[in-house]
Design a protein. Structure first.
Lengths: 347, 66, 383
């Protein structure tokens, strides 16, 4: 396409309109000027509807995710970086090395081009920092009122190292529960920007790509790791309850071992929330065999994303699958999972 | 929750460990920066008396003694 | 460290207090204390306080949860109101999932298209009315004396701004009336189904009405009352103070929450309530039936702010699920696990009664925090 006949996209004041999704010149320009620039790789520049890659030998994993977070920009991230981190993490939780991502954008008519550019750049940076390229994508535009700004849908593929078979039903009584850091950061950061909640805090979302951390853990613990999971919507409570049910066990957790940043605790106090139920986007829970627990924990602490890693409890026999917790106060309670996220559209 | 700023129209900014919120102080007389309040659904209901708070804490700490 | 919060949650002090309590209870006596503050119900469960008390001290959950005492007929009215196309119903979050008749709820009504908005404060509701003059904004007002002043202030604000599109659906109730009703009830007075040796007085409510409001119960019914702060150490200390009163044969009102509660309470808050509200002759409480002089309505001169008058709402009697024991649970006659529906049909996912919906409800608290104790009880029974 000859550039001299094309007006540059007005990133300052311009908005996405229906022509940008219509498959014609306008859409091509949008894709080139915003997405190709942001992701900056040959796959996308080739401009095909698909991208090819060689399949390495071994077992592969594939994942898909939808991102509907509101607001789109929050302290510590945005829907774009969140999409990259989240998809990579889903792959990493299998112990797999993430290889490629796809990203599909559903944009509402009227969405500011400047915001789209910011989000795309943020995704590009996150992708490059993680060394996991976005190799194919799609763009659709829907009428005003039909998409609340922007929805992003992703998919990702990765390769599992030979011999690893993390599985949700693999945890056994006696296994150790490890967590890679503080809980509740992401949910509080997003909530702080919700208009109707109106509180100010400096908490940043913990949104981060965890595949490097996972690789370190796998090197230290190998098949002694039973399962990894990132506690996103529903928080640590949901994750532990899911695993308890899937592995037919219970858990005993020590509240004193949990790490909650003071500002997160204070925000939860204001809102009447329990940090255990608040979403995280840069943390993982690992259930590991007791004999590898020390080694895995040390490997986690050596990584910047796991510096505050801690052992928080262990798995027990329990046909009722309770997650029991010894409170800091000294009494016992169970950690239940709520029937739904306390606030919608947290990721 | 500590009052960190008194605002017009009987409002105030309160802070708890670095998290701030704007709340109504219309149910209290004489609020000042530094006052601690009890908050409920966006309204300050009572001031926490620091002396009495200390006294309660002392009683709690001394509970096991003697 | 959250000042004036964390200190009252200290586990080391809890251990010491637990030891003192264990030392002071008479081994052959039973102590049954009722708390009727939703915040206390929640704190006791969330911190596992019962694990720190000796087995002969039993906490009974009373009707301190305003969501839980709201009868189905009033929820039905709120849902009916929200279905009117011109109405924007504003509500505290807890009410969204309370079941009305035929499995309805505000959450379901919202999914069906009703304009229902969750607010954190009454001020939010007034601001919505200001911002959207073409909507009839109604605030679903519930609660004891803690939430009534905020509703009054919202009305004052609406009046000052000259708003003509703001109203409240008033379901405010009074704490002393509930306590009186329980103490007068056959279960307590004659049948001895519920034995109450003393009361843990509510935290926030007392900041408004004052510790003095409970003197009548100590005097007339000869039951000790200790007004307690809502942190777990406050509750433990108050339990110790109650045990001492029972041991000494005293029945006084003591104020453990001295850092925030005074004898007379908050005069400004009481004045705000008196400005806008008057007593209803009678009001239905879930579990207690019709209770005289126990609830408030707007004074006649504020009819234009009164949703019941503005929208001609007529309360239609509605029946609770016959197997639902919320009523008995609210009176302290039964415990959550005594209810056949608990954990089977009735869960937080599918609440049959309001005790399961509100986080301050006895059933929800037991489900969320305390269910595992039944495992221990069953194991003991099997041994």
């Amino acid at each position: 396409m000859s550039k001299s006949y094309r007006r540059k996209l007005d990133l300052k004041n311009g908005r996405v309109d229906l022509s940008h999704g219509a498959g014609g010149r306008a859409m091509a320009q949008l894709i080139e000027d915003i997405f190709h620039n942001a992701f900056d790789n040959d796959w996308l520049r080739a401009g095909n509807d698909q991208s090819a890659f060689d399949v390495p030998a071994g077992r592969m994993v594939m994942t898909t995710d939808g991102y509907v977070v509101s607001p789109l920009f929050f302290p510590g991230g945005d829907i774009g970086s969140l999409a990259v981190h989240g998809t990579i993490n889903d792959i990493a939780m299998a112990g797999a090395k993430p290889l490629y991502l796809s990203a599909s954008f559903i944009i509402e008519e009227g969405f500011p081009l400047g915001d789209l550019d910011r989000i795309a750049r943020s995704m590009g940076e996150a992708s490059r920092a993680a060394a996991v390229p976005v190799i194919t994508g799609d763009t659709k535009v829907v009428e005003r009122g039909k998409a609340d700004g922007l929805f992003i849908s992703t998919a990702g593929v990765g390769i599992v190292p030979a011999g690893l078979n993390f599985s949700s039903n693999a945890a056994r009584p006696g296994d150790v529960v490890l967590i890679s850091g503080s809980i509740g950061d992401h949910g509080v950061a997003v909530m702080s920007k919700r208009e109707n909640l109106d509180f100010e805090t400096e908490i940043l979302s913990d949104s981060a790509a965890l595949h490097g951390l996972v690789a370190d853990m796998v090197a230290a613990g190998g098949a002694g790791i039973r399962v990894l999971r990132d506690p996103t919507r529903g928080g640590l409570a949901a994750t532990l309850n899911e695993l308890a049910n899937q592995s037919d066990i219970g858990f005993q957790i020590d509240e004193d071992a949990l790490i909650v940043k003071p500002q997160v605790a204070a925000a939860c106090e204001f809102l009447g929330l329990d940090p255990l139920n608040v979403a995280n986007e840069g943390k993982l829970v690992a259930i590991v065999a007791p004999e590898v627990a020390e080694a895995v924990l040390a490997a986690m602490r050596a990584d910047p994303l796991g510096a505050e890693s801690a052992r928080i409890g262990f798995a027990v026999v329990d046909p009722q699958h309770f997650v029991e917790m010894r409170t800091s106060f000294g009494g016992g309670r169970i950690v239940d999972w709520l029937s739904g996220e306390q606030l919608p559209r947290i990721c | 929750m500590r009052i960190t700023e008194v605002l017009p129209n009987e409002m105030a900014r309160v802070t708890l460990d670095g998290v701030s919120k704007t709340v109504s102080t219309a149910l209290l007389d004489d609020v000042a920066v530094g006052d601690y309040i009890v908050l409920h659904v966006g309204y300050a209901l009572a001031k926490i008396d620091p002396e009495e708070a200390e006294r309660t804490l002392e009683m709690l700490v001394m509970a096991g003694v003697g | 460290m959250m000042k004036y919060v964390d200190e009252y949650r200290d586990g080391k002090i809890a251990k010491t207090l637990a030891a003192v309590i264990a030392a002071e209870v008479r081994p052959d006596s039973e102590y049954h204390f009722m708390e009727f503050c939703g915040g206390h119900t929640h704190a006791i469960s969330r911190y596992g306080l019962e694990d720190l008390l000796p087995p002969n001290v039993r906490m009974i959950h009373g009707p301190g949860c305003p969501v839980c005492v709201l009868p189905i007929s009033r929820i039905d009215l709120a849902i009916e109101l929200s279905r009117r196309p011109e109405v924007t119903l504003c509500t505290y979050g807890d009410l969204m999932r309370v079941p009305g008749s035929q499995g309805s709820s505000l959450m379901k009504a919202k999914a069906e298209g009703a304009d229902i908005r969750m607010v954190y404060s009454t001020l939010d509701a007034v601001r919505i009315a200001e911002a959207e003059p073409n909507r009839e904004v109604v605030f679903f007002a519930i609660g004891f004396e803690t939430t009534t002043p905020p509703t009054a202030l919202a009305l004052r604000f609406a009046r000052e701004k000259g708003l003509t599109n703001f109203a409240i659906f008033c379901n405010h109730v009074l704490t002393p009336a509930a306590v009186q009703n329980i103490l007068d009830s056959p279960d307590v007075k004659e049948l001895g189904n519920v034995r109450i040796d003393g009361f843990v007085g509510p935290a926030h409510v007392s900041t408004v009405i004052g510790a003095g409001a409970f003197r009548v119960f100590a005097r007339e019914f000869k039951k000790p009352v200790v007004v307690a702060g809502f942190e777990p150490l406050d509750v433990m200390q108050s339990i110790l103070m109650l045990i001492r009163q029972v041991n000494d044969g005293r029945h006084e009102v003591e104020n453990q929450y001295i850092r925030a509660v005074t004898e007379d309470g908050n005069a400004k808050a009481q004045a705000a309530i008196a400005e806008f509200f008057e007593l209803r002759d009678s009001f239905e409480w879930r579990g207690l039936g019709e209770v005289p002089n126990s609830a408030l309505r707007l004074r006649p001169q504020f009819a234009n702010f009164d949703a019941e008058k503005r929208f001609d709402l007529v309360t239609k009697p509605a029946k609770d699920n016959p197997a639902c024991e919320c009523g008995a649970i609210l009176r302290g006659v039964k415990r959550p696990r005594d209810c056949k529906l608990f954990g089977t049909v009735c869960t937080p996912d599918n609440p049959m009664g309001s005790c399961m919906v509100s986080s301050e409800g006895a059933c929800a608290a037991h489900w969320t925090y305390g269910r595992f104790r039944e495992k221990a009880a069953r194991q003991e029974a099997a041994e």
